[in-house]
Design a binder for this molecule. Structure first.
Ligand code: AHR
Ligand code: AHR
Length: 496
C-alpha cells in the first residue's frame, strides 16, 4: 500500500475574511420534479397542509440552506409572477418554455416565501428580464416588500400576508447572454436595460440588494456588465457546472471556480477604482454544481462519490475566497441535479448531500489561511468534460485540498480536507501557527460506496460517515485519511 504524508499549515491569526453563511445557499427552479412533485406535493401523506413535503424540508433544513434562489434559472425568463398569487384554483396554467411541459402556478410567490420561512433561508428572487417588464418587476418588489397602503401591498394582505416579507436579494435576469434564454440580450443591451432597472428597483425600497447577471467570470460579457453595473449592484453573479465520467476531470474541474473568482475580483476592483466607488461589489456564485449526465428537461442526475468530492472542493473554494464570494447557491436542491431526490414514498440524500451537510455544519465565522504541502497533480492540458473546461494556467493541484475557519475568539477551528488520492491512506499533520490544540480533534470522514448495503434506492450510491478522533501534540494534529475521502476536523485551540 502506498502511504502519503501531507502537511496542512493553518494560521488562525491570518484571516481571509468573514465567512458569509450565504455561501451555503441553494436554488430551486420550476424544472422537472424540482418543485412540483419534489419539495411541493399537494395531497401527499408526506406533505403538510400547504403541500410542503416534510421529509424534503427536513433534509434541506439539516443541510443548513441559508438562502434560496427561485423561480429560475431559465424558467425565470418567461415567468409572470402575478399568475402565481391568489386562490390556487383560478391560477392560469402556462407552458414552461424553458424546460417543456406546463406550469400549474400552484407554487407561487407566497408559497415560496412561506417555504423560505419554514426552511430558515433568506429568499432570493430572480427577475424576469426575458419577457418581463420593469413595471412587473417593480410591482413584484412592491407585493413582497411594501409597507404602505399601496395596491400590491393590499393584494398581498388579501392573500393572507399582512406584514411585508422583506425580500432582500433580487437578481437582474438569468443567463441573459445565452441563446437558450428567452429574450437573449447582447452585453450592451443587457447593460442598458439592467442599469435602468437597477436605478428604479433601488427606489423601490431600502434594503434591496441587486445581483447583476454574469457569465463564467472571465468573459467579455462579465467585463462589460461589471463596468456598467458595479455602482448599482451589491453582487455580480457567476455560474459554473463541471463534471465528467473521468475521475480526475471530475474532481479537478471545480478549480475553474478559483480562476473565475480571481478574474471577476480583478474586474470588480478595476471598475470600483475607475468609477471612484466607495465599495466593491462581491460575487454571488448563484449556480454551481456537478452536472454532465442529463439534459432531458428533468435533469435527474444520479451522483457518485467522485461528484461528492467535487462538491466538497467547490465549497472549500468558496470558503477560502469568502472575502469576495458572499453568496453561493447549489443548483439545484431537489430531483433536478440535486442532493435530495424523492419518490412518492420518501426523500433520499445523494452522495453530494453529505459534503454540503458537513461543510455547512462545521464552518465558523472567518476563513483563515491553510497552506498544503504534499503530493500534487498537474492540471490536464486538454479540454475537459461536457462543458469543455480548460484548466490551463491553473494548478498543479494538491492531492489534498484544504480550507479552514475559526470563530472570532480564535478558540475553535474547523478544517475541511478533500482527499483525491485514489489509493493508500494519507497521513495528515495539521500544523497550527502560533496556536496549539486543546485536546484531540474530532474527525468526521466521508467515503464512498463500501458495499455495506446501505443503498436507499437501487440507483443511489451509499456514503459512509465515520466519526472519530485524531491525536494532537502541541501545535500538531494527526489524522489519517482513507483514499477518496472528505474529512472535517474540528478542534478547540489556544494561543501559544
Ligand atoms: O440549473 C439548470 C439551468 O442551468 C438553469 O436553469 C440555467 O440558469 C442554467 O443554464
Ligand atoms: O448551456 C446552458 C445550459 O445547457 C442550459 O441551461 C441547458 O438547457 C443546457 O443543457
Amino acid at each position: 500500500m502506498v502511504e502519503q504524508t501531507v502537511q496542512v499549515a493553518v494560521s488562525p491569526a491570518r484571516s481571509l475574511g468573514a465567512l458569509d453563511r450565504n455561501v451555503f445557499g441553494g436554488f430551486v427552479e420550476h424544472l422537472g420534479r424540482c418543485i412540483d412533485g419534489g419539495l411541493f406535493e399537494l395531497g401527499s401523506p408526506l406533505s403538510d397542509e400547504r403541500g410542503f413535503r416534510r421529509d424534503v424540508l427536513d433534509l434541506l433544513r439539516q443541510m443548513g440552506i441559508s438562502v434560496l434562489r427561485w423561480p429560475g434559472g431559465n424558467f425565470a425568463s418567461t415567468y409572470r409572477w402575478v399568475d402565481g398569487i391568489g386562490p390556487a384554483n383560478v391560477r392560469p396554467i402556462r407552458p414552461n418554455l424553458a424546460w417543456g411541459g406546463a406550469e400549474p402556478n400552484t407554487f407561487g410567490t407566497d408559497e415560496f416565501l412561506s417555504y423560505c420561512a419554514e426552511l430558515g433561508a433568506a429568499p432570493y428572487i430572480c427577475l424576469n428580464m426575458g419577457t418581463g417588464t420593469l413595471r412587473e418587476a417593480l410591482e413584484w418588489v412592491e407585493y413582497c416588500n411594501s409597507m404602505s397602503r399601496s395596491y400590491w401591498a393590499g393584494q398581498r394582505q388579501r392573500n393572507g400576508h399582512d406584514e411585508p416579507y422583506g425580500v432582500t436579494y433580487w437578481g437582474l435576469g438569468n443567463e441573459m447572454y445565452g441563446d437558450w434564454q428567452v429574450g437573449q440580450l447582447s452585453a450592451a443591451e443587457y447593460v442598458a436595460t439592467a442599469v435602468s432597472w437597477a436605478r428604479a428597483l433601488r427606489r423601490a425600497g431600502p434594503g434591496v440588494k441587486l445581483i447583476s447577471c454574469g457569465l463564467n467570470g472571465w468573459s467579455d460579457w462579465d467585463r462589460q456588465v461589471i463596468d456598467g453595473l458595479a455602482g448599482l449592484v451589491d453582487l455580480h453573479s457567476l455560474h459554473l457546472y463541471t463534471g465528467a465520467d473521468d475521475y480526475w476531470t471530475n474532481v479537478l474541474t471545480p478549480h475553474q471556480a478559483e480562476r473565475a473568482i480571481t478574474c471577476t475580483s480583478a474586474l470588480l476592483a478595476r471598475a470600483a477604482y475607475e468609477q471612484h466607488l466607495d465599495r466593491v461589489p462581491g460575487i454571488a456564485y448563484d449556480e454551481w454544481n456537478v452536472w454532465y449526465r442529463t439534459d432531458d428537461g428533468f435533469l435527474e442526475e444520479r451522483y457518485s462519490f467522485a461528484d461528492a468530492l467535487a462538491v466538497a472542493t467547490y465549497l472549500n473554494i468558496f470558503v477560502r475566497n469568502c472575502s469576495m464570494v458572499r453568496m453561493a447557491n447549489l443548483a439545484q436542491l431537489v430531483n433536478a441535479i440535486a442532493p435530495v431526490v424523492t419518490t412518492p414514498q420518501g426523500a433520499y440524500p445523494q452522495p453530494t448531500y453529505y459534503p454540503f451537510l458537513l461543510h455547512a455544519g462545521s464552518a465558523l465565522d472567518e476563513a483563515v489561511d491553510a497552506a498544503v504541502k504534499g503530493p500534487v497533480v498537474a492540471a490536464p492540458s486538454e479540454a475537459l468534460g461536457r462543458w469543455q473546461h480548460r484548466l490551463n494556467y491553473l494548478g498543479p493541484f494538491s492531492l489534498v485540498d484544504a480550507a479552514a475557519t475559526t470563530d472570532t475568539e480564535r478558540s475553535r477551528i474547523s478544517v475541511t480536507l478533500v482527499n483525491r488520492q485514489v489509493e493508500g491512506v494519507t497521513d495528515v499533520v495539521v500544523r497550527l501557527r502560533d496556536f496549539a490544540f486543546v485536546g484531540n480533534p474530532s474527525v468526521k470522514t466521508l467515503t464512498g460506496e463500501t458495499g455495506s448495503g446501505a443503498r436507499v434506492l437501487p440507483d443511489i450510491e451509499a456514503v459512509t460517515l465515520e466519526e472519530g478522533t485524531g491525536l494532537s501534540k502541541g501545535a500538531d494534529g494527526f489524522i489519517t485519511l482513507p483514499p477518496k475521502s472528505f474529512a472535517v476536523i474540528e478542534a478547540r485551540i489556544t494561543r501559544e
